[in-house]
Design a protein around this ligand. Structure first.
Ligand code: NAP
Length: 297
């Protein structure tokens, strides 16, 4: 009998919120208040809040969700550590640490920082060149059995990693970069995830903000901009919203659950990004947009 992917059903929701850039800015701008940003996401029906040990903001994320913990599918990641000894700011070096001891230590530290007794979705942040994925996932499976983790995820891995990991313990979700401008995932990972019934959490659906300016005013416009602008205008939406809508459209096409994971530090941008869920693109619009952004176009 196969093991369940989770100890309880994991409802990722249609769109997640990426908290990577969230900081205690004290900017005085209410639109950039991290409490307001996260609570706006929850108010707008987002369930999954995504952070990582590496982001240096688990304490902040824990504080922002404390009063609404039961509403949240809390996702975090371990395995990529800074080697510059600083807790925050632009990093000056990383290392992948994914041995069983690191899995246990990282989880305990994240639970403490997040002020919770359970991480609903816990990812290996990046594949290791030295530690077999079976060792890493074996230790993650122990955390599931202990109730400290709800479900297992992988990020920045290969299709072979996914298959090997899945043979040890069911993987609930992959987190990979997927956008109009970044399609590598479609080659091997998407088919493997579809075959195994693994959800694809598509991080950076606007390629770190680039696609928010995709229909920008710069002249002369290239073919991508022309098509992007035209379709965005037809729906009365922004370039970034159209880019996120395109990622939403990938699930039915590829036969798997796809959850776009945009990130922002502004409550107003949260609302705009969540609204992209409702944009319905026609088959011909999708064909034109996909072709315009094709890596070979
Ligand atoms: N697993 C991994 O290796 C990995 C790597 C990268 C990211 N991630 C995850 O994916 C999430 C998103 O990644 P990301 O932030 O790099 O990419 P993104 O969502 O594609 O882009 C974020 C950028 O777009 C801007 N933006 C967001 N919404 C906007 C809007 N409505 N209008 C105009 N600008 C807007 C943001 O600035 P403002 O703050 O001003 O809105 C920010 O500069 C992260 O938070 C993290 O959870 C995972």
């Amino acid at each position: 009998m196969s093991q369940p992917a989770t100890t309880s059903p994991l409802q990722l929701g249609r769109q997640g919120f990426g908290a990577m850039r969230l900081r205690d800015t004290k900017s005085g701008d209410p639109d950039r208040d991290p409490f307001r940003v996260v609570n706006t996401a929850l108010d707008e029906g987002v369930a999954m809040i995504d952070t990582a040990e590496l982001y240096g903001n688990e304490e902040l994320v824990g504080r922002t969700i404390a009063a609404r913990r039961d509403e949240v599918v809390l996702a975090s990641k371990f395995g990529v550590v800074r080697t510059d000894g600083r807790p925050d700011g632009p990093p000056d070096g990383f290392e992948v640490r994914a041995d069983a001891g690191q899995v246990r230590r990282s989880c305990e530290a994240s639970l403490r920082r997040l002020r919770t007794d359970r991480i609903d979705l816990y990812y290996l942040h990046h594949r290791s060149e030295t530690v077999p994925i079976e060792e890493t996932v074996g230790a993650m499976a122990d955390l599931v059995r202990q109730g400290k983790v709800g479900a297992i995820g992988l990020s920045n891995v290969t299709a072979e990693d996914l298959r090997r990991a899945h043979a040890v313990h069911p993987v609930a979700a992959l987190q990979e970069h997927w956008s109009l401008a970044e399609r590598t995932v479609e080659r091997d990972l998407v088919p493997a995830a579809a075959e195994l019934g693994v959800a694809l959490v598509a991080h950076s659906p606007t390629s770190h903000g680039v696609l928010h300016g995709a229909a920008g005013d710069a002249a002369p416009a290239d073919e991508r901009q022309v098509v992007h602008r035209e379709i965005a205008a037809a729906h009365g939406v922004s370039a970034g919203q159209l880019a996120i809508a395109w990622v939403h459209s990938r699930g039915p096409l590829h036969g798997l659950e796809v959850v776009p994971l945009p990130g922002t530090t502004r409550a107003s941008h949260v609302r705009a990004n969540v609204a992209a869920r409702e944009i319905v693109l026609g088959a011909e619009e999708l064909r034109r947009l996909t072709a315009a952004w094709s890596p070979t176009a």
